[in-house]
Design a protein around this ligand. Structure first.
Ligand code: PLP
Length: 392
């Protein structure tokens, strides 16, 4: 008889098949999969047959998330990644090389600009920046070397809304790929593929997960595009973990419900803050005062405008910093898209190196505060945020 350890390892490795399918996707907590022979392994590593070889390449829990996101975004295929940044990196590096250019929105997630500066530049991939609400500016920024136009459905942190259909058409005529970061809107509000995007990326850390309890990302698009991105991601090790993929799947089930509440809470708060003492401006696509309000009303599902808003405090930097210290219901933390209301002040955090002029060029003011509205009771949020914004 084999020794105890041999028997223990074998005994504890039998995965039972349930005749009744589980209601939730199991977490396939395995780094590797037993194969019949070298031919099978070779074919699996080449993705020439269905199945799994090694979890950096693929895993059933990742696959379930990839299929779910592809379906909800109206794409052929998807890839789950370790973070939103891993998805953004893969989506760019799979298609651009030395001498190519990418056009980024003027107001874009700081990590995307950080990637362009810290990594893409070293690969010889140049970036230009354009105000994506100004189509002439975008057209002017596209050169013969531009291969990709990057958009955010709702920009971080300014809440500018991109006219994806018009910009995708503009790019298509110039032979430029369009990638949309749909993190702020989530698939519950918008499906950029249907508007002409070639790829859609998500930080699943945000609304898809929805509970501030993991970091994850995903990209969806055509089979061919996803194959090319998978090649990059598996080689740099940017794959998802099955544990986090499970949490993202769980989050997806309540995404629709949560986005309704994020949107209605944000609308109530935005309305209350507009004109409140100390508040110079409120930027929320649901407000009639938002420059792309009509577009948002047309483009987003179910009359929702999402949970992200930005306010400009009249007292500049010190007012922004004071606001952070005064909130009692909201939490001062980076990140967004969660059940908790989260506040951040770009001028003293993500954009702290910038002068007031540089902030203005990025569409921000020294007193701009980003608020990710959570699922708390709206009246508690209104009381908390109005009090925090009040001048001394
Ligand atoms: C719009 C947007 N895209 C991408 C990311 C990056 O996601 P992650 O932190 O999961 O890498 C973030 C993070 O804040 C984001 O706000």
């Amino acid at each position: 008889m084999p020794g105890f350890s041999t028997r223990a390892i074998a005994a504890a490795s039998h995965a039972p098949e349930s005749p009744q399918p589980p209601v939730n996707v199991p977490i396939y907590a395995t780094s590797t999969f037993a194969v019949a022979d070298a031919v099978e392994l070779g074919e699996l590593l080449e993705f020439a047959r269905p199945g799994h070889s090694y979890s950096r390449y693929s895993n059933p829990t990742h696959e379930a998330l990839e299929r779910a996101l592809a379906e909800l975004e109206g794409a052929e295929a998807g890839l789950a990644t370790a973070s939103g940044m891993a998805a953004i990196h893969g989506a760019i590096v799979a298609f651009l090389g030395a001498g190519d250019e990418i056009v980024l929105p003027r107001a874009v997630y700081g990590g995307t600009i950080g990637l362009a500066r810290a990594v893409l530049g070293r690969l010889g991939i140049e970036h230009a920046v354009a105000d994506t609400t100004d189509h002439d500016a975008v057209s002017g920024a596209l050169t013969s070397r531009t291969r990709m136009l990057w958009l955010e459905t709702i920009s971080n942190p300014t809440t500018a809304v991109a006219d994806i259909a018009a910009l995708a058409e503009l790019a298509r005529l110039r032979g430029v790929m369009v990638v949309v970061d749909n993190t702020f809107a989530s698939p519950a509000l918008a499906n950029p593929m249907a508007l002409g995007a070639d790829l859609v990326v998500h930080s699943t850390t945000k609304y898809i997960g929805g509970h501030s309890d993991f970091i994850g990302g995903a990209v969806v698009g055509s089979e061919n595009h996803i194959r090319a991105i998978r090649e990059v991601v598996l080689n740099v090790g940017g794959n998802a973990s099955p544990w986090e993929a499970f949490l993202a799947l769980r989050g997806l089930k309540t995404l629709g419900l949560r986005m309704e509440r994020h949107s209605s809470n944000a609308m109530t708060v935005a309305t209350a803050l507009e004109g409140a003492p100390g508040v110079a401006a409120v930027r929320y696509p649901g407000l009639a005062s938002h420059p792309q309000h009509e577009l948002a009303a047309r483009a987003f599902r179910g009359g929702m405008s999402g949970g992200m808003l930005a306010i400009d405090l009249a007292g500049g930097r010190p007012h922004g910093e004071r606001f952070l210290g005064r909130v009692r219901v909201a939490v001062h933390a980076t990140s967004l898209g969660s059940v908790e209301t989260l506040v951040s002040h770009p001028a003293s955090s993500s954009h702290r190196q910038l002068t007031d002029d540089e902030l203005a060029a990025a569409g921000l003011g020294p007193g701009t505060v980003r608020i990710s509205i959570g699922l708390e009771d709206a009246e508690d949020l209104v009381a908390d945020l109005v009090a925090a914004a009040a001048p001394d």
